[in-house]
Design a protein around this ligand. Structure first.
Ligand code: SF4
Length: 294
């Protein structure tokens, strides 16, 4: 019975997140941040062209980054480390597509506040337990590994009253992965239609948000937002289990949306993740999650 000494040796591995900050999340590539400046106009065009998904653009002489398109390939960070940097955060989900675009605009805040309060009113009844129907709408399989990890002993989402269900008729939350493949759109819409009210939709991963590398074409619709109304966006390719968990808790109104820095503070420089590098040290989130749990 080797599991007895192994259990005694490892102790409790289950995360306490969201009740307590968690050190596991610190080693993940969370998001790309844009430093102001760089070496200016001469290379601006080539920096934007380096991105395989057109996530980087230039607006009024300023770099814009669409995290909904970013597949976290690290190309911009490797080529232009003075401009782009990985930040090790996992609370990157957002209510409203515009929230994934940096730098943020002030007018977005009012519209996000409206969307957020409408969502909060809708999900009031979902506080005690949540049933999720996961639907693969043309994924490459990467997101599915992360979704499956949510039920392992480390994340153990059942402890929060979160369950997966095979039937959309029993589901409160539709978790969609994949690019929105043309052959899956009817199934996606039908799944959404038969779910009872109130219901919430999460687009999980860059593919579901924007189509990722595939984008918009005859075989895919550039994400799922044209087919079903998306409430919460979880960026990443794939998003980590912590990222998914943050999106789920955000969708059902149990967490505040993490503050969104458009440029990294100087103190973050040493915490950033280089490709293939884990960052040690305790978690120090800027917006600690609420103590309330489902
Ligand atoms: S890390 Fe994201 S923004 Fe940078 S090149 Fe890759 S996809 Fe583009």
């Amino acid at each position: 019975m080797p599991w007895i000494p192994r259990g005694l040796r490892d102790g409790i591995v289950t995360t306490r997140y969201p009740r307590r900050p968690d050190g596991y999340g610190e080693g993940f590539r969370g998001r790309v941040v844009v430093h102001p400046g760089g070496d200016g106009d001469l290379r601006a065009g080539s920096i934007a062209e380096a991105c395989p998904t057109d996530a980087i653009s230039i607006d009024a002489g300023q770099f814009c980054l669409d995290r909904g398109r970013c597949i976290m390939c690290g190309r911009c960070v490797e080529l232009y480390p003075e401009v782009f940097e990985f930040e090790p955060d996992f609370e990157t989900s957002a209510i409203g597509r515009d929230r994934l675009v940096v730098p943020d605009r002030e007018e977005d805040d009012a519209s996000v506040a409206r969307t957020r309060s409408e969502l909060a009113r809708r999900v009031k009844a979902l506080r005690r337990s949540v049933h999720i129907r996961h639907l693969d709408a043309g994924s490459d399989g990467a997101e599915e590994w992360e979704v499956a990890a949510l039920t392992n002993p480390v994340y153990d989402v059942q402890r929060l009253g979160i369950y997966f269900t095979a039937s959309p008729k029993h589901a409160d939350l539709l978790l969609v992965t994949g690019v929105g493949a043309a052959g899956m759109l009817r199934s996606l819409q039908h799944t959404f239609e038969v779910m009872p009210e109130p219901k919430v939709v999460i687009a999980a991963g860059a593919d579901a948000i924007s189509g990722g590398l595939i984008g918009h074409g005859y075989a895919a619709r550039g994400g799922i937002a044209e087919s079903v109304p998306v409430d919460v966006y979880v960026p990443g390719s794939p998003p980590t289990p912590f990222g998914l968990l943050h999106g789920i808790l955000l969708a059902v109104g149990l967490l505040p949306e993490a503050r969104r820095p458009s440029t990294p503070p100087a103190s973050n420089a040493r915490r950033s993740v280089r490709p293939g590098t884990a960052v040690p040290g305790p978690s120090t989130p800027e917006d600690p999650p609420t103590e309330a749990g489902p």
